[in-house]
Every structure is written in structure tokens, then in C-alpha cells.
Write a protein that binds this ligand. Structure first.
Ligand SMILES: O=P(O)(O)OC[C@H]1O[C@H](OP(=O)(O)OP(=O)(O)O)[C@H](O)[C@@H]1O
Ligand SMILES: Nc1ncnc2[nH]cnc12
Length: 183
């Protein structure tokens, strides 16, 4: 089923609460870069970046950025794609947060983390609004396992459900969860 975040955007309170949840989590973590993945990471990334005092770096599909780029190909459920980042947008040793709307296989997030790490940045966490529930396996999502393997997180991985949190605060909100990885 195609998961769509545009209904969330139609509800200003739900949209603001979503952004505020991420701000609350990421402020004070010394994050200097918020990297948003084209296209819908461009909706959620910039307000988080502004609020936590970080720069926003767009990770774009091929041939969209005008300057010199580094590229990272990745595998999708059907076919392949590629993300690009401007050379010099991120300095070595910067602390980065990757933002997108949705995680399915995790391939897109892995490519984004690859780009940032190739530029010398440390990826602190990844934040998405939706995790596809049908990819859950034995209580762990495939995507989360892949990302865990990729960034070699040592120690427990925390999965927090924005959906559960939001419902506890405001009552039902359909189809919105957040996934992130603890350092
Ligand atoms: O976890 P994955 O299996 O990699 O899938 C997740 C990605 O798929 C969607 O983007 P899509 O590739 O459809 O591109 P778009 O945002 O340009 O429509 C979504 O916005 C994520 O970026
Ligand atoms: N089911 C889905 N809905 C929306 N975007 C996606 N990207 C990959 N799988 C998707």
C-alpha cells in the first residue's frame, strides 16, 4: 500500500506536533547538519534544521544539483536509484541527522548515510515519519536491521513509536510512526 504523508500536512496541529517531536529529540545533541532526502525529506528536514540551529543539506536525485557532487547508487524494491550531495556541503567530523518521510527497505537511508560518511561526517541518527509496518519481522523491522548492520551501532537500538506517543497525547492519528536509531 502506498503510504502518503500529504494528509498529515493538511492538519497543522499534527504536522507541527510531528516536527516538535523531532526537535525535542534532536536539540542539544550538537547536530550541525540536517540532511534531507529528496523529495519528502525536504518537507520535514528544514523546520527541524532551523529549530536546532543546524544547516540543511539536500540529498538530491541525479543531475539536480548544479555544483560538483558525490553520488551513491542504491537498490530499490524495483530497480536502482542514486542520491547526490554537493562536495563541500559537509565538513569532516560534522554531526549529521538524516531525515526522510518513510523507511521501507532502508536502502535510501543507507545511501544517504554512505554519502555523509564519505564526506567524513558522523551520522548521529536517522529520522523518518513512517515505517512500513508490513516489513516487520519477528518484532524487528528489516529496515532497522539493515541500518543497524550498516552503521554498526554498538549497544541497544531504541525504536520509539511516534504513533503510540501521539495517540497517548491526542487520540488516534492514522498511519504515522517515527523510527530512529539510538547512538
Ligand atoms: O526505504 P526504501 O525502500 O529505500 O524506500 C524509502 C524511500 O522511498 C520513497 O521515495 P521514492 O524512492 O519513492 O522517491 P521520491 O521521494 O522521489 O518519490 C520514500 O520517500 C523514501 O525516500
Ligand atoms: N509503500 C510505500 N509508500 C510510499 N513510499 C514508498 N517508498 C517505498 N515504498 C513505499
Amino acid at each position: 500500500m502506498f503510504q502518503d504523508i500529504t494528509t498529515l500536512l493538511l492538519d497543522p496541529k499534527a504536522f507541527k506536533d510531528t516536527i516538535d517531536l523531532f526537535i525535542e529529540r534532536f536539540k542539544g545533541k550538537n547536530i550541525s547538519v540536517v540532511a534531507g532526502i529528496e523529495a519528502r525529506g525536504f518537507i520535514f528536514g528544514p523546520p527541524i534544521a532551523l529549530a536546532i540551529g543546524a544547516k540543511f543539506v539536500p540529498l538530491r536525485k541525479p543531475r539536480k544539483l548544479p555544483g560538483e557532487v558525490i553520488s551513491e547508487k542504491y537498490v530499490l524494491e524495483y530497480g536502482t536509484d542514486c542520491l547526490e550531495m554537493h562536495v563541500g556541503a559537509v565538513e569532516p567530523d560534522e554531526r549529521a541527522l538524516v531525515v526522510d518521510d518513510l523507511i521501507a527497505t532502508g536502502g535510501t537511508l543507507c545511501a544517504a548515510m554512505n554519502l555523509l560518511e564519505r564526506a567524513g561526517a558522523e551520522v548521529v541518527e536517522c529520522a523518518c515519519v513512517i515505517e512500513l509496518p508490513d516489513l516487520k519481522l519477528l518484532g524487528l523491522s528489516i529496515s532497522r536491521c539493515m541500518i543497524w548492520l550498516f552503521i554498526e551501532v554498538i549497544g541497544p537500538i531504541l525504536y520509539l513509536s511516534h504513533y503510540q506517543w501521539y495517540q497517548s497525547q491526542h487520540g488516534p492519528m492514522e498511519g504515522t510512526v517515527a523510527v530512529w536509531l539510538e547512538e
